[in-house]
Design a protein around this ligand. Structure first.
Ligand code: E4P
Length: 219
């Protein structure tokens, strides 16, 4: 399973990268705004900075919502760096644009997926990734993990190569459950990824080992 970090914060991207487990980065306009990145030139420079840190898979989201504009914006983003994956919303013109990008060999991430039907459509259009938003479904008392399971079944039924990128992850248990269900990728905040490290028995066990070692060594 691939691990992406879901942030536009360069320090957090570096920290996850230094851990040696990072396969990519997802951003969205809200995450960019959170870092105070505004204006076309700053946004472009920020994508370049992210590409300098990670080896591959940097999702850069288009703002456009019409076919011609999505294509124009997406091609400009893709031209920045071969690591860029053009993130396109699940709307009619977005699906058309994904089909176009796919025919040109440009990688895409279809975002804002909330149903299995949307994921099927994006896969048929040739999306590289689909991003079902787990946490936002859970927030409205819908079962986000059940959506991952349904998409897995559908993609396996037909051998779609589109990868399931579980997004809107809220904590470490979401990551583990996505792994159990066969999601190809998770994108999560640093805290959720770091949460995987933790277990109180690891902490107490290590403290005991170190104390016993010190005692035996006469310290
Ligand atoms: C990633 O591609 C999505 O934009 C992101 O995971 C959304 O997460 P949120 O629901 O926490 O905003």
């Amino acid at each position: 399973m691939k691990f992406f970090i879901d942030t536009a914060n360069l320090d957090q991207i570096r920290e996850a990268h230094d851990l040696g487990i990072l396969d990519g980065v997802t951003t969205n306009p809200s995450l960019m705004a959170k870092e105070g990145i505004t204006g076309q030139e700053n946004v472009i420079n920020h994508y370049k900075a992210i590409c300098d840190i990670v080896e591959d898979n940097v999702s850069a989201e288009v703002i456009a919502t019409t076919f011609d504009e999505i294509v124009k914006e997406g091609e400009a983003l893709a031209a920045l760096n071969p690591k860029i994956v053009v993130k396109v919303p699940m709307i009619k013109d977005g699906v058309k644009a994904i089909k176009y990008f796919s025919s040109k060999g440009i990688k895409t991430n279809c975002t804002l997926i909330f149903s299995a039907g949307q994921a099927l459509l994006a896969a048929k259009a040739g999306a590289t990734y689909v991003s079902p938003f787990l946490g936002r479904l859970d927030d409205i008392s819908s079962d986000g993990l059940a959506l991952i399971e349904d998409i897995r079944t559908i993609f396996d039924n037909y051998g779609y190569e589109t990868q399931i990128l579980a997004a809107s992850i809220r904590g470490p248990l979401h990551i583990v459950n996505c792994a159990k269900l066969g999601a190809d990728v998770i994108t999560a905040p640093l805290a959720a990824i770091a949460g995987l490290l933790k277990h109180p028995l690891t902490d107490s066990g290590l403290a005991t080992f170190l104390a016993d070692h010190a005692k035996a060594a006469g310290k």
